[in-house]
Ligand binder design. Structure first.
Ligand code: ADP
Length: 509
């Protein structure tokens, strides 16, 4: 029986730590408070131990991960897996169940293969965006990878969380082709064509014989992913980094409708970003200005010189005719990697060049400790609906007395309307108040039919509650699977609101 308090049992953890140290060696197991500090959620109340892990283990191989899982089962202790633990804004490396043992996979950081014929890489969980880009450059630079805004996180962690990038292949979960997974039993499994020993198309053909299960390991507590195949983008001959600016919210509607047309017909085939409250300053660098009414859309065109030129003329015709907008572009050669001295963040990120510049930007409001909470409902890519979503969320920010900073991520026919509240984690009351703001926003958006694509460890149950069709049929299905394959509930209990039977009483009501 679980303890009433939502926490890993300290005596069981102590026994597991001893066994882990015996199995992996003492340098693979961290227990000193000072060593564990870096795994705290930096955006929770500074100095609070509410969500700390009790220990961290750093396996260096699949066999060591299997040993960790077996030990966790033996001692009935919950594990919380991260690849690099940079999931900032969603909890960082902090676990859903306090006192869990962190499994940090950053030591497993090999790029196992770059297939420059078929355009994929095979990476271990500790491979960061910086590492993959460096490996691609070293391999001749013929292939680009999509990246998120910060380069320090991992390909695996970000993609499993449905993280997003900004090139043609910016839907990161969709780039995964073939996984290797340690199951909660400790058994090793390969998905898709990889289920056949020696299969030649494992990382090229995306489906299984029978049901495809890769999605079961995304935002999931059903396994520890040890490697993935990852789709790459051929280096284009030309790349145009484009922008569109307008003032005031009303123009969102016609811009979104025009973008939908251009994205569905593949004139624009990257994943554009529409931001507000983050504007260009006098030096052309992004700056935080939440009072501004200015919106800035960025998008990209890739391909042969003639194609990029022709696409730009179509963009001018369709987007340029929307009243009140200004548009522009910079054109680069594909070989012309946009370095830190050339171009702004937007130019680099759409060319898959990783950096850390946005981290500095996000420190502007309250200095180095600045925290932020992201609210990210998904909607259809229809101008009137997007404008409605923006107005609804923004109205709530106004009620809370918070400035509205937003970053909308466009997919060809849907959109994630992300907004961000900044706070100072040194201010406990304010930090808690910011997290409390989330609940009414969640309720209002769910009532209108808008669900969240991702959330942080504090709101996982609340968000799961909103996916309520037929008495939470999907959650019941996933918990049936959870109980069958992880009867002791050792992997990521509570992740995304999925609780193993032995801990189900811990679900936030
Ligand atoms: P980042 O790449 O941003 O550092 P994290 O490593 O923090 O991302 O991972 C984000 C989330 O993804 C984790 O909290 C965990 O739920 C899930 N995750 C990360 N790596 C794995 C993995 N190898 N297997 C299963 N789930 C993982």
């Amino acid at each position: 029986m679980p303890m009433a308090k939502q926490e890993a049992a300290p005596d069981a953890v102590a026994r597991a730590v001893e066994a882990l140290t015996d199995a992996l060696g003492s340098d693979a197991v961290l227990t000193a408070r000072g060593d564990l500090d870096e795994f705290r959620d930096p955006f929770w109340v500074l100095g609070s131990a509410d969500h700390d892990v009790s220990a961290a283990v750093l396996p260096g191989s699949v066999a060591e991960i299997q040993a960790v899982v077996r030990i966790a089962n033996e001692h009935r202790v919950p594990l919380w897996t991260v690849s690099t633990g940079r999931n900032y804004g969603y909890g960082g490396a902090a676990p859903r169940v306090p006192g869990s043992i962190l499994v940090n996979l950053s030591r497993m950081n090999r790029v196992l293969e770059i297939n420059s014929e078929l355009g994929y890489a095979v990476v271990e969980p500790g491979v960061r965006w910086f590492d993959l880009c460096a490996a691609l450059e070293e391999a001749g630079g013929d292939w680009w990878t999509s990246i998120p805004d910060l380069g320090w996180g991992s390909v695996v962690g970000n993609s499993l969380e449905y993280g997003r990038g900004h090139t043609r292949f910016g839907s990161h979960a969709a780039n995964i082709c073939g996984m290797e997974v340690v199951l909660p039993s400790g058994e090793l499994m390969r998905t898709g064509m990889g289920a056949m020993s020696g299969n030649r198309a494992w990382h090229a053909y995306p489906f299984s014989y029978g049901p495809s299960v890769d999605g079961l390991f995304m935002q999931s507590s059903l396994g520890i992913v040890t490697q993935i195949g990852w789709r790459l983008m051929p280096r284009p001959e030309k790349y145009a980094s484009c922008w569109l600016h307008f003032d005031g919210d009303e123009i969102i509607a016609p811009v979104i409708d025009a973008m939908r047309q251009l994205m569905l017909d593949e004139t624009i085939n990257n994943y554009p970003f529409l931001g507000r409250g983050v504007a260009a300053n006098a030096e052309g660098q992004p700056d935080l200005d939440p009072d501004s009414q200015k919106w800035a859309l960025r998008f990209a065109l890739y391909g042969y010189a003639e194609v990029v030129e022709a696409k730009w003329r179509i963009v001018e015709r369709v987007l340029g005719s929307v009243p009140g907008v200004t548009i522009g572009r910079k054109v680069y050669d594909g070989t012309d990697r946009v370095g830190p001295d050339r171009g702004i963040h937007d130019d680099r990120v759409q060319a898959g060049i990783p950096g850390m510049e946005l981290l500095d930007l996000y420190k502007v409001p309250f200095g180095p400790d600045t925290g932020h909470l992201d609210f990210s409902p998904v909607g259809p890519l229809v101008g009137s609906e997007v404008l409605k979503m923006v107005r609804m969320v923004r109205g709530m920010y106004e009620e809370f007395g918070e400035p509205y900073a937003a970053g909308l991520m466009l997919l060809p026919n849907s959109i994630i309307v992300v907004s961000v509240m900044f706070f100072d984690p040194k201010d406990e009351a304010k930090t808690r108040a910011i997290y409390d703001n989330y609940d009414p926003m969640l309720a209002v958006m769910a009532k209108e039919g808008y669900g969240l694509y991702r959330t942080n460890i504090y709101k996982m149950d609340a968000v799961a509650e909103t996916f309520d069709f037929n008495g939470h049929a999907l959650r019941r299905f996933l918990e049936t699977l959870k109980d069958a394959i992880d009867p002791n509930g050792v992997l990521q209990p509570g992740k995304q609101g999925i609780w193993p039977k032995v801990m189900r009483e811990w679900r936030d009501s």
